[in-house]
Structures are given as structure tokens and as C-alpha cells.
Design a protein around this ligand. Structure first.
Ligand code: PLP
Length: 471
């Protein structure tokens, strides 16, 4: 497909006509260099981006069981409300009385998220989950510094954690101490006891964790870390399994981040704006970024603030979509969503596990992890080949090779918004692929064959990426 720059062949073509100017002309400083912007008509812009969108697989195209990412359907009602002019045509520095709807929405969402997580205050500023982790780690750092507990330099991270956890903690200057998993996929309690010490600043935990299992020892884990003087950080990427059922605040966590684009149906955005709110318990509220919303904030909120991590209330229109989602579903609806997410994952697992070995054979939460280790050993077909073959059925691959503790991992998260028929179609596709493992493995090595781009050379892409356009 041509780049839009390559479609720009006639100078002066425009996709946009500005309204007639009704203010005095202002002369801009002369630019030394011409900016090479594409000059194309509206129809070319529309066709270009429509064409590009057809090359990608989105949740509106088909099943998208990408584990840990909660690719649930994004209700169009959210979009309709986020498009209201009263929300899109305002500016946060307008006089307060002219943006009451904006502040009301931020207050309302903050209150709901505090209630859902069991936290005392929440900031909507972080622009993604990983940005939330960074913000949460800054809160923990500020807390220990405030208490003159300067030796707390270590963050404990289970070996099943998402890569952003150790990365975010490390960006805040913490040393990472890895906690091994036990045979059930949870935190190894005995190992944890030997790792906590006077240097422990906190533990980052995802619960349910990245193998889709709820850590049954969660209260004991919190107790061990708290007793050692550390704080508990909850990576809320998997909240979709427990929302309305239990709360991180009640489990014993002190700081929480949420991924609105996962649990609360804001679109994932393809690298665009996101929102990863961070909530905390009373003792940490004073360190929150400036500009916290909510109707029941503790008095000293942001009084010793870590500063700002983003401007104003964060990516407001993303947050607004989640506010609409929460209001639409209500408390009962959120509970239903979690229960159905767990039911759907267990149904799909039941349809697959006779053929594909499961990494931890327990009732799962909202996702599960299969292992193609033996399959690869016996047939040469890898988790990657199986994933690519799913594309030929119009299904987005599951998450592959994560978590790192499972070899040839395939992590499926169907979400609550998929029907029984869709789950059965996906299971059938996986079983058809299974049959080919032994009869025609080459077809799986060659997959996908029906997509616009076939199998790419991943080694070449990783080792010699072409990152610059050469005319
Ligand atoms: C368990 C977990 N934690 C954190 C993150 C980071 O979230 P984000 O992609 O919004 O930065 C992810 C993202 O996939 C995740 O799965």
C-alpha cells in the first residue's frame, strides 16, 4: 500500500477548507524549511485511512482473545456521549462555571472507581497502565521518603508479572527483586518470607495474576509485606475478573492502577490516548498528583504532591467513555460482566483442554494459559504457528510467549462480550488446527495465507527494522 506522502502528487490539493477569517491577520514568522506535508483531496484521505483500517484486525472485526488485554466490545453509546459538543468543544482553562459538565463527569468517575477498588482517592491523569504503574511507584517512593525510611529501595515483583511492572519500578529508581511462583501459579509464600527485609519498599502484584488464577494467599501475602514495612501495589490489568465481586482495597492493597481501556471498555486506541487511573489508601493520598477529582477526598489530598504526571484531568474523553460504561451497566451490570468473563473463559478452556495442555490445571478466572511446549517437541509446530493459523479463521491470536514462566504460552482471554457461538467457533478453529499438527504441519508454518500480509520475517523485523521512510 502506498504511503499518503506517495499519493501526494499535485501541489495545492486540499482535504480541508478553512472558514473565512473574521479576525485580524497575524503574520507568522518565516519558516526556513518547507514542511513536506501530503497534499491530497478529501476522498484520497478517506480512502487511504479506510484502506489502512481494513488491514488491521479490531474488536469490531472479529474475536480478539488477546490475553491480559481484555479486548471487550466498546459500546457505541460511549462514543456517542464522548462526541457531545459540550465535551469536545471545551478547554480546561475555561472559567470553572462554564465547564461544570466536565468537572462533574471527572468527579463522578473518580468516585465510582474509588468505590469499585476500595481506595480513598484516585488520579485520572496517567495516560496508560504502565504510566499508572510509574505514578503508583512514585507514590510509594514519596511515602517512604516522607517517613524518612530512606533504605527502602527494593520492589518485589513475581516472575509471572507483566514486563512493565519491573520496568516502571526501575524507572523510579527501585531495585527489582524477583519472587518465584509456586506450583499453583501463585506467589511462593516461603520464598517471599525470605525476600522481604528492611529494604522492601513494596510488592507489585496482579490478582488474578497473568496465568489467570486468583492468588488464594492474598491476605497472607499482604500481611507479610506490610509487616516488613512495605506497601502493596495492585496491577489492575485483570480487574475484569473480580469487578463487583471483591476489591483490591479489601484484599490489603495500598495503591492500585486500572486500565480503563481494558476493564472499562474505552478503546485500546492503537497507541493513541489512554487512561490508567491510580488510586490509593488514605495514608498515600497526600502524595497524589495535583488535580485530583472526587467528592469525598481526604483533607490532605495532594498536599505533598509528587507533582503532575499529565496535564489537567488526563485524557478526559477516554475517561468519559468509561464513566458512560459504568453508569450504563450499574453495580449489578459490572458484577455480571465479571462473572460472565470468568464463565466464558472456563467454557473455552473446557472445549480446548483435552487437546491443548493447560499450564495450570485449575478453574481459571477471566483468562487461561495453554502450553504448546509438548506440541512443539512432537510436531515442530510452535505457539507462534498456531497463533498465525488462527488469523485464517478471522480470529486475532491469543497472547503468545507470556507469561515468561510458561513455555510456548498461549494466553486466551475471551471477555464477557462474546457469545457462546463465537466461543464454539474459536474452539472449533483451534481443534481444526490441532488436526493439522499431525497431518499437515507445513500448512501451519506457512499461515496465515488469507490476510493482506502473510508471515513476516520476525527475526529480520527485530534485528534490522526499517524505521525511516526512504523515498
Ligand atoms: C498485567 C498487565 N499490567 C500492565 C499492563 C500495561 O498496561 P498498558 O498497556 O495500558 O500500559 C498490561 C498491558 O497489557 C498488562 O497486561
Amino acid at each position: 500500500m502506498q504511503l499518503i506522502f506517495e499519493k501526494s502528487v499535485v501541489n495545492g490539493r486540499r482535504a480541508l477548507t478553512l472558514p473565512e477569517m473574521n479576525i485580524a491577520e497575524y503574520k507568522l514568522p518565516e519558516y526556513r524549511e518547507e514542511i513536506d506535508l501530503p497534499e491530497v483531496a478529501e476522498i484520497d484521505v478517506v480512502r487511504h485511512y479506510t484502506g489502512l483500517s481494513k488491514l488491521a484486525h479490531g474488536v469490531d472485526d472479529g474475536f480478539y482473545p488477546l490475553g491480559s488485554c481484555t479486548m471487550k466490545y466498546n459500546p457505541k453509546l460511549n462514543e456517542a456521549v464522548a462526541a457531545f459538543e459540550g465535551f469536545t468543544a471545551i478547554h480546561p482553562t475555561q472559567p470553572k462555571e462554564t465547564v461544570r459538565g466536565w468537572t462533574d463527569a471527572l468527579n463522578m468517575l473518580s468516585d465510582y472507581l474509588c468505590e469499585i477498588t476500595g481506595m480513598d482517592a484516585i488520579t485520572l491523569q496517567p495516560a496508560a497502565g504502565a504510566h499508572g504503574e510509574f505514578t503508583g511507584m512514585q507514590l510509594i517512593k514519596a511515602y517512604h521518603k516522607y517517613n524518612k525510611d530512606f533504605g527502602r529501595k527494593q520492589i518485589l515483583v513475581p516472575d509471572s508479572a507483566h514486563g512493565t511492572n519491573p520496568a516502571s519500578a526501575n524507572m523510579c529508581g527501585f531495585e527489582i527483586v524477583t519472587v518465584p511462583s509456586n506450583s499453583e501459579g501463585g506467589v511462593d509464600i516461603e520464598a517471599l518470607k525470605t525476600l522481604v527485609c528492611e529494604k522492601t519498599a513494596g510488592l507489585m502484584l496482579t490478582n488474578p495474576n497473568t496465568v489467570g488464577l486468583f492468588d488464594r494467599n492474598i491476605t497472607e501475602i499482604c500481611e507479610i509485606v506490610h509487616k516488613a514495612g512495605g506497601l502493596m501495589y495492585y496491577d489492575g490489568a485483570n480487574l475484569n475478573a473480580v469487578m463487583g465481586i471483591c476489591r483490591p482495597g479489601d484484599m490489603g492493597f495500598d495503591v492500585v492502577h486500572l486500565n480503563l481501556h481494558k476493564t472499562f471498555s474505552a478503546p485500546h486506541g492503537g497507541g493513541g490516548p489512554g487512561c490508567g487511573p491510580v488510586g490509593c489508601k488514605k495514608a498515600l493520598c497526600k502524595f497524589l498528583p495535583l488535580g485530583v477529582y472526587g467528592s469525598k477526598l481526604p483533607k490532605d489530598t495532594a498536599s505533598k504532591s509528587i507533582g503532575k504526571v499529565k496535564s489537567f484531568g488526563g485524557n478526559f474523553l477516554v475517561a468519559l467513555r468509561s464513566a458512560v460504561y459504568i453508569v450504563t451497566l450499574g453495580a449489578d451490570g459490572l458484577l455480571d460482566a465479571s462473572e460472565l468473563a470468568v464463565l466464558n473463559a472456563n467454557y473455552l478452556l473446557a472445549l480446548l483442554k483435552d487437546k491443548y495442555p493447560v499450564a495450570y490445571d485449575r478453574i481459571c478466572m477471566h483468562e487461561f494459559v495453554l502450553t504448546a511446549e509438548n506440541i512443539k517437541h512432537e510436531t515442530g509446530v510452535s505457539a507462534l504457528d498456531i497463533s498465525k493459523a488462527l488469523l485464517d479463521f478471522g480470529i486475532h491470536p491469543p497472547t503468545m510467549y507470556f507469561p515468561l514462566i510458561v513455555h510456548e504460552a498461549l494466553m486466551f482471554e475471551p471477555t464477557e462480550t462474546e457469545s457462546k457461538e463465537t466461543l464454539e467457533y474459536a474452539a472449533d478453529a483451534m481443534l481444526k488446527i490441532y488436526d493439522k499438527l499431525y497431518t499437515n504441519p507445513q500448512e501451519l508454518h506457512d499461515a496465515p495465507i488469507s490476510t493482506a500480509i502473510g508471515r513476516v520475517d520476525e527475526v529480520q523485523a527485530a534485528r534490522h527494522p526499517v524505521l525511516k521512510y526512504n523515498k
